[in-house]
Design a protein around this ligand. Structure first.
Ligand code: NAD
Length: 254
């Protein structure tokens, strides 16, 4: 039985994780960490307290961009494998965290735990080789703390690495006075547009344009259960891995 500590246990993703872990016969939730009251037992206010009291095999983190780095550092210092879904970690922070991973310990980070979203990214890479002109629209609920989404940033990075030179389109210089941002954020040379509305969960469209045609790839997470098979897969996989691993696709083929 693998023993799991969950930080952000009272949040939206934390609540979905508690449900999924309670149904997994080989995974045991031994600590719920959150400053906010949660309806689960096993509650701790900090990761450090939970690690000291329960010595879990894995820390799962779905907290906030401002909290995640310190949580990971505490877990790595204790030699605890990490499964991280919290977004907003910069490439520089990830590189610094990588340097702090003890031998034999794994830091796994997934910008998106939904298998359909991972497939969308893989299909986008294929399409970008032949249709390099592309823009991304990501749509999320209105409580999301970071924009653009981690998934959109990752998608842009993957497309940028795969595509030949695009024809290009007007950028921020074409925005009319008073409408800054109309052309989106520029991530790796790709415009990314972030929509935030109540009612949404997590959605992404990648639109490719070529002469006389467009191709639209779209993924929708209807509810947070979409992320749970990926989270459980990662909880099981980290024991056999070490070092920094980014992206669920790295675990999907065994
Ligand atoms: P939320 O605000 O509902 O929940 C976050 C919880 O973390 C809150 O209960 C908060 O009290 C708690 N928290 C904050 N700092 C903490 C700390 N230091 N220790 C313990 N708990 C702490 O947010 P959410 O919608 O559940 O999302 C959480 C994170 O997961 C966000 O960064 C979001 O972007 C990300 N996310 C990732 C994926 C993915 O597939 N990778 C999917 C959905 C959401």
């Amino acid at each position: 039985m693998k023993r799991i500590a969950l930080s952000g246990a009272a949040g939206r993703m934390g609540t979905a994780c508690r449900q999924a872990l309670s149904e997994a016969p080989d995974l045991e939730l031994v600590a719920c960490i959150d400053q906010a009251p949660s309806d689960g037992a096993l509650t701790f206010a900090t990761v450090a307290e939970a690690l000291a009291a329960t010595t879990p095999d894995v820390l799962v983190d779905f907290t906030a961009p401002a909290s995640v780095e310190a949580n990971i550092r505490a877990a790595l210092a204790a030699g605890t494998d990490c499964v991280v879904g919290t977004t907003g970690l910069s490439a520089e922070t990830l590189a610094a965290l990588e340097a702090a991973i003890p031998a034999g310990t794994c830091l796994f980070v997934a910008p998106n735990f939904a298998i359909g979203a991972v497939l969308l990214m893989q299909l986008a890479v294929q399409a970008a080789r032949f249709m390099p002109d592309v823009e991304i629209i990501e749509l999320h609920h209105n409580q999301k703390k970071d924009a653009p989404s981690g998934t959109a940033i990752r998608t842009a990075e993957l497309i940028a690495a795969a595509r030949p030179q695009p024809q290009g389109a007007p950028g921020a210089e074409s925005e009319i006075p008073g409408a800054a941002g109309a052309r989106g954020a520029c991530v790796e040379g790709i415009p990314v547009h972030s929509v935030r509305l109540p009612g949404l969960v997590a959605h992404q469209e990648v639109i490719f344009g070529g002469p006389g045609q467009t191709l639209t790839l779209r993924h929708d997470s209807m509810d947070r259960s979409s992320f749970m098979p990926g989270v459980l897969l990662a909880c099981r996989a980290v024991a056999d891995r070490s070092g920094l691993i980014v992206g669920l696709e790295k675990l999907m083929e065994g």
